[in-house]
Design a protein around this ligand. Structure first.
Ligand SMILES: Nc1ncnc2c1ncn2[C@@H]1O[C@H](COP(=O)(O)OP(=O)(O)OP(=O)(O)O)[C@@H](O)[C@H]1O
Ligand SMILES: [Mg+2]
Length: 386
């Protein structure tokens, strides 16, 4: 095993000689005859222990200790003061300055050796403990990275469930139409277009997710209406199959034609267009699940989306008639992994992600409330006029 290193700091050569004589066999020794040199050597070689004289010209031992204890690299090196003074104040000041011990001159050789050995042993153990804590910390960081990776995979699965259901729905539309002998070329083209949209969306989500957990992702102004229409077109097959109507109004005017360019760039906000679509899809999908859960009657199978401006804000209201959210859980639905759905049907991260996207990433606000027979999700975004 390597010898431990001790730095001896004393301005008197005879004192140094005595210490060298006692410690030479067992330790690697370095000597400094004044405080400044001592500090330089300590920083350079990081000794295992420092024997420090108090009374020295230019810089005394207290000052040296103070500087070493305030330096990140040298702060853990144990310091033992060696002093001729035995006044209570000096001893207290010595220990108060961060030294682990003090020895008064004249000292017994054996006592000196034992004290040094004990302090070096303690310092080594402390260092090992610190290293172990550092490793533990790194492990924790690693684990939390893995956890967010798990979260990301769950999110992709979550984002894909809807387009996959839609694709299934589209195939069913075609099959039923064919069975009824009503399959026209026009209808087939429409359904193929819808299927392509879903496939495009799925490959896009993969790209988006790659950047999703990096907060510095590029923001740019986008049109809320277009993003919502895009979200609806991605999920509409599953809604059509369950006879659920999505009714969109802009400034109290019903939108009948989603391709109507009249609304182009009507409501600009700054942020992440795809993530915003995901939020809308999450909310729509939740409404659909709730409608199916209560087996809502035909006249209650409506989801209303209202978009309007209010001063500097744009508000998006999404309202369903699916019975609302019980009081006992309404405060929990934005928490990660909170779900009332059976296993495999919900992961409970849809609204948590929605809140993160709207509030953390886009500085908006999302909230929920109940009306007489359903729930209302409200999103507020700052309008951008660029
Ligand atoms: N429109 C709604 N009507 C009734 N309950 C709702 C509605 N929206 C959300 N909830 C409740 O909030 C819970 C949390 O929703 P969230 O979207 O976060 O997770 P999830 O839908 O259960 O699972 P995931 O979206 O991850 O697949 C739901 O399980 C449901 O109990
Ligand atoms: Mg959900």
């Amino acid at each position: 095993m390597n010898k431990s290193t001790i730095l001896i700091v004393d301005d008197e050569a005879t004192n140094v000689e005595i210490l060298v004589e006692i410690l030479n066999n067992k330790y690697e020794l370095k000597v400094a005859y004044d405080g400044l040199i001592a500090i330089n050597i300590a920083k350079k070689i990081l000794p295992d222990l420092i024997l420090l004289d108090i009374q020295m010209p230019k810089m005394d031992g207290f000052e040296v200790a103070h500087i070493l204890k305030n330096n990140d690299e040298t702060k853990d090196i144990p310091i033992i003061f060696i002093t001729a003074k035995t006044q209570k104040e000096v001893i207290i000041k010595a220990l108060d300055s961060g030294a682990v011990d003090y020895i008064t001159k004249p000292f017994f050789k054996e006592e000196l050796k034992l004290r040094i050995a004990n302090h070096i042993k303690t310092a080594v153990l402390q260092k090992e403990l610190n290293n172990r804590n550092k490793i533990q910390e790194q492990l924790l960081i690693q684990q939390s990275k893995l956890a967010s990776m798990g979260e990301m995979i769950a999110s992709i699965a979550h984002q894909w469930r809807q387009p996959l259901t839609s694709l299934g729905g589209i195939l069913m539309n075609i099959e039923e139409c064919h069975e009824d002998g009503e399959l026209t070329g026009e209808y087939l083209e429409d359904r193929i277009d819808a299927a392509e949209q879903n496939i495009l969306y799925m490959s896009k989500t993969i790209d988006d997710f790659r950047n999703f957990f990096i907060p510095s992702k590029y923001k740019k102004p986008f049109d809320i209406t277009k993003s919502i229409i895009n979200a609806i077109s991605i999920v509409d097959a599953a809604f059509i199959n369950n006879e659920i109507r999505i009714i969109l109004s802009i400034d109290d005017e019903k939108v009948l034609d989603y391709n109507d360019n009249k609304y182009k760039d009507h409501f600009l906000v700054d942020g992440y267009v795809n993530e915003f679509s995901q939020v809308i899809i999450n909310i729509l999908q939740n409404a659909k699940d709730a409608i199916l859960e209560i087996k809502a009657s035909s006249e209650n199978r409506n989801i209303l989306i209202d978009i309007y401006s209010q001063e500097e804000d744009i508000k998006i209201i999404i309202k369903d008639n699916a019975g609302g959210i019980p009081h006992s859980i309404i405060n929990k639905i934005f928490e990660p992994y909170f779900t009332t759905k059976e296993e495999g049907k919900g992961t409970g991260i849809g609204l948590y992600m929605s809140k993160t996207i709207i509030e953390t990433n886009m500085q908006g606000k999302i909230s929920v409330s109940n009306h007489e027979n359903g729930s209302i999700f409200e999103i507020n975004m700052k309008r951008c006029f660029s």
